[in-house]
Design a protein around this ligand. Sequence first.
Ligand SMILES: *[C@@H]1O[C@H](CO)[C@@H](O)[C@H](O)[C@H]1NC(C)=O
Ligand SMILES: *[C@@H]1O[C@H](CO)[C@@H](O)[C@H](O)[C@H]1NC(C)=O
Ligand SMILES: *[C@@H]1O[C@H](CO)[C@@H](O)[C@H](O)[C@H]1NC(C)=O
Ligand SMILES: *[C@@H]1O[C@H](CO)[C@@H](O)[C@H](O)[C@H]1NC(C)=O
Length: 301
Amino acid sequence: MAPHHQQRALLLFPLVFLLLLLAPPLAGAWGKEGHIMVCKIAEKYLSEKAAAAVQALLPESAGGELCTVCPWADQVRWHYHWASPLHYANTPQVCNFKYSRDCHNSRGQQGMCVVGAINNYTDQLYSYGQKTSYNLTESLMFLAHFVGDVHQPLHVGFQDDEGGNTITVHWYRRKANLHHVWDVSIIDTAIKDFYNKSMDTMVEALKMNLTDGWSDDIVHWENCKNKHATCANDYAIESIHYSCNYAYKDVEQDITLGDDYFFSRYPIVEKRLAQAGIRLALVLNRIFGGGEADDIPLQVQ
Ligand SMILES: *[C@@H]1O[C@H](CO)[C@@H](O)[C@H](O)[C@H]1NC(C)=O
Ligand SMILES: *[C@@H]1O[C@H](CO)[C@@H](O)[C@H](O)[C@H]1NC(C)=O
Ligand SMILES: *[C@@H]1O[C@H](CO)[C@@H](O)[C@H](O)[C@H]1NC(C)=O
Ligand SMILES: *[C@@H]1O[C@H](CO)[C@@H](O)[C@H](O)[C@H]1NC(C)=O
């Protein structure tokens, strides 16, 4: 390389770095905390076999805890650009989800959406214990993340507003967009107002409710019409309904969202986090259950 090229590269480096720092945070997924909470709940419901397989697949940096790798898929979004459409699905401004119509990327490639991705990474993980060309560590990290995402209502939202990303709102006094409110703000406000500023306290409350307030509901959460698929299609259908009935409801550009919105919506967010956790455990228990799992009803242990 000619010296002046080197100099230019040196000058460019801080500039690129600065631009990266200034770039707006990626509109993605439950925030870090949402994903961590989903996986902390899931970990509690893993069968022995599933827990052992998860341990074997986790990278060393995870310290043996699934929840530490659950935000990973957002962290590699720059690097794995092709995976960006796998975090969500959009409908043509209708309150129902149809796989054949809605599950594709911007180039029209079928299956490139959150539902297709959950099915894809589930299939890959079924090859655990056999010779495979897939990196099953990545398959696990993707699956754990996308099962979380498909439960965030606005990850199955409208195409026109990019799942609420282009709807500017104020969350109390702070400027935000509607998508971010559901990824992050509602959770942050709940942690601050109800859980003594501690995410772990919130996780404990959700776990407690699973053995109490929600215990009768779990059997319904476990069911899906197509027992041989991952049920991701059903979870997406639920999400678009929550989007229409709660997330988008009574919201318009530049509206200020405060107590009324928060108090009527945070129970939905809490329920979706808990459902995602239970269902992630369910999928992993089934995958790693050892063959017989396909015929037994989905049931957490
Ligand atoms: C399935 O996983 C492979 C490996 O990560 C990836 O290349 C492909 O795009 C994925 N497809 C879907 C629909 O997730
Ligand atoms: C599998 O993926 C992980 C995470 O991206 C990476 O650290 C690891 O080196 C990969 N393993 C192989 C064998 O490529
Ligand atoms: C809230 O958290 C603080 C530490 O951050 C702790 O000292 C306090 O006891 C907690 N309060 C309750 C009610 O748990
Ligand atoms: C617990 O479950 C009940 C009954 O569904 C629900 O109303 C409540 O919001 C839940 N509490 C928490 C902390 O999620």
